[in-house]
Ligand binder design. Structure first.
Ligand code: BGC
Length: 331
């Protein structure tokens, strides 16, 4: 073997080892595995489920996880919470594939887009049950969906905006994603609600990639590019927070109306302050809790409705104390 060939082999082997190490590291970074609690072995559990959200460290998804973990503890289920650290469709799909390969008893996940999620969900369902949560892939063979009626929630947001602005507003929409089913439905519901109002104009629709920072950047750009915009609608949990940060800085109080989604602590803070005027309430804890119970029922052959819509409603500043009371200690 010539020196050159040896060197080429050496480089090849090195390249192989580096890529192996990279795959292991990458796999570890992407997927967060909650292992059985101390003193417990897999035999201690009745079932093993995986909950795959679009973004692990998102406060909204942490509430879904809390609900799911509560039900899991009550029913002797090992629940893994696994998925992309930051929203990323490929990593999301890969986590579902990996969960299927590791032969868990059931997968709970979003059905973000028909194009990418439906074929995969259909493949998984041939082997084990899949429940969609928060976002439905209604055309797939998933066994059931639990979550908000996303079209209706967008419609509610539109009606609230009409009421709060007396039917006069130039609206910019910041949506989590142009491609995700639930985000499209929340925009469509809103459009349909305001369609007949001559005084409401939708000036632009931008995408935040469900990132608070990106939502703030987009809001800033919108204020620069479209000075006529005096209302914002944010369709995913962090959008209105990002918008509020910018509006707080660059506009006088009450110059700009903001309606958003969800009741994360920062959203409530901005509602109390008056920057965010209204938000669409979802029930993430309940979604997580019920998804686990539904999965057990499915496996045990009990009848489960194909669609369960959790409650959704509008919350404004005057509703805050009631909401806090109603939510109790869970939130
Ligand atoms: C949506 C989730 C999304 C989250 C992003 C929520 O309003 O229901 O699907 O992941 O916002 O922050």
């Amino acid at each position: 073997m010539s020196r050159l060939t040896k060197a080429a082999y050496g480089v090849g082997i090195l390249f192989f080892l580096v890529s192996c190490a990279f795959s292991v590291f990458y796999g570890y970074m992407v997927v967060n595995h909650d292992l059985p609690a101390e003193g417990k072995t897999m035999e201690t559990y009745n079932y093993h489920f995986v909950l795959v959200p679009e973004e692990l460290d998102n406060d909204y998804w942490r509430l879904v996880e809390e609900g799911a973990q509560k039900a899991a503890e009550e029913h002797g289920v090992l629940l893994e919470y696994a998925g992309p650290k930051q929203a990323n469709i490929d990593e999301h799909l890969k986590t579902i594939e990996m969960s299927m390969a590791s032969k868990v008893d059931g997968i709970i996940t979003q059905g973000l887009s028909d194009e990418q999620f439906t074929p995969l969900i259909n493949r998984v369902v041939e082997k084990l049950p899949v429940i969609t949560i928060d976002t439905d892939a209604a055309n797939s063979n998933r066994m059931a969906y639990i979550g908000t009626d996303n079209y209706y929630s967008g419609f509610l947001a539109g009606k609230a905006l009409i009421e709060d602005t007396n039917g006069q507003a130039n609206v910019a929409i910041i949506t989590g994603s142009f491609y995700a089913n639930h985000q499209q439905q929340r925009v469509q519901g809103f459009r349909d609600a305001v369609e007949t109002e001559a005084g409401i104009k939708i000036i632009t629709v931008e995408e935040s990639e469900i990132s608070r920072v990106r939502a703030a950047e987009k809001a800033y750009q919108i204020l620069m590019d479209y000075p006529e915009v005096n209302a914002f609608y944010g369709t995913s949990a962090l959008d209105a927070i990002g918008i509020a940060q910018v509006v707080d800085k660059f506009r006088e109080q009450d110059q700009v109306y903001i309606i958003g989604f969800d009741t994360l602590p920062e959203t409530l803070k901005y509602i109390t302050k008056g920057t965010i005027k209204a938000t669409v309430v979802q029930e993430p804890f309940e979604m997580g809790y019920k998804a686990v119970v539904m999965m057990i029922d499915l496996i045990e052959g009990k009848k489960v409705p194909p669609v369960i819509h959790t409650n959704t409603r509008i919350m404004r500043e005057e509703d805050l104390p009631d909401i806090h009371r109603a939510m109790g200690e869970e939130y």
